[in-house]
Design a protein around this ligand. Structure first.
Ligand SMILES: Cc1cc2nc3c(=O)[nH]c(=O)nc-3n(C[C@H](O)[C@H](O)[C@H](O)COP(=O)(O)O)c2cc1C
Length: 173
């Protein structure tokens, strides 16, 4: 018998901790903006900088973020600090495809330069990125039932709020 999904979920999110939250901004091929939080999010290399996002399984209705990444191959990651936690939480609502979570959250868009997806102006660190590949897990649950996917993304630009820059920090060359 399969262990119930909810037991795995509660066990894993409380034992694999802490995890960063990435607020991921994407745009669909017809220009609709989307923003959603992901805690299965990590940096996995630095040269070039590579990030991953884990999408939990909803094979019958993929998350809009995954769908947009497949369509346009671009996103921004916006690091979530305590002051924007509640607003970011609001963006996790299951809004119908094409309904922007930006307006619901009150977070504001800032232009990106290497991708079309906007950044979250309130984030201390934002990262623009392009999709390298999507990995559909070859698990025991495939092809039936829930299965997730991993998006592998290469960073194309970093943004850091001036207030977070330490003028006295020594750069290692
Ligand atoms: C704090 C937080 C972290 C989340 N992390 C993930 C995650 O890593 N992977 C995932 O598939 N869903 C995650 N979710 C759920 C998605 O944010 C949610 O399904 C959202 O509706 C997806 O939006 P989209 O369909 O616009 O992409 C998380 C939700 C919250 C509140």
């Amino acid at each position: 018998m399969l262990r119930p999904m909810f037991y795995n979920y509660t066990f894993l999110i409380s034992s694999i901790a802490p995890r960063p939250i990435g607020s991921v901004s994407t745009i669909s091929s017809d220009g609709k903006h989307n923003l959603a939080p992901f805690s299965y999010f990590q940096v996995v290399d630095h040269d070039p900088p590579v990030f991953v996002i884990g999408f939990s399984g909803r094979a019958e209705r993929p998350k809009d973020t995954l769908r947009n990444l497949k369509e346009t191959g671009e996103c921004t990651f916006n690091i979530v600090s305590e002051d924007i936690l509640e607003a970011v939480n609001v963006t996790s609502v299951d809004a119908p495809y094409g309904v922007s979570e930006w307006a619901l959250s009150g977070l504001t868009k800032a232009d990106s330069t290497t991708v079309k997806a906007p950044r979250v102006r309130e984030s201390v660190v934002s990262i623009e990125g392009r999709l390298c590949e999507i990995v559909d897990y070859n698990t025991s649950r495939k092809p039936v039932g829930a299965h997730g996917a991993l998006a592998v993304i290469e960073a194309t630009r970093f943004w850091v709020a001036e207030s977070a820059v330490d003028e006295n920090a020594v750069m290692l060359s």
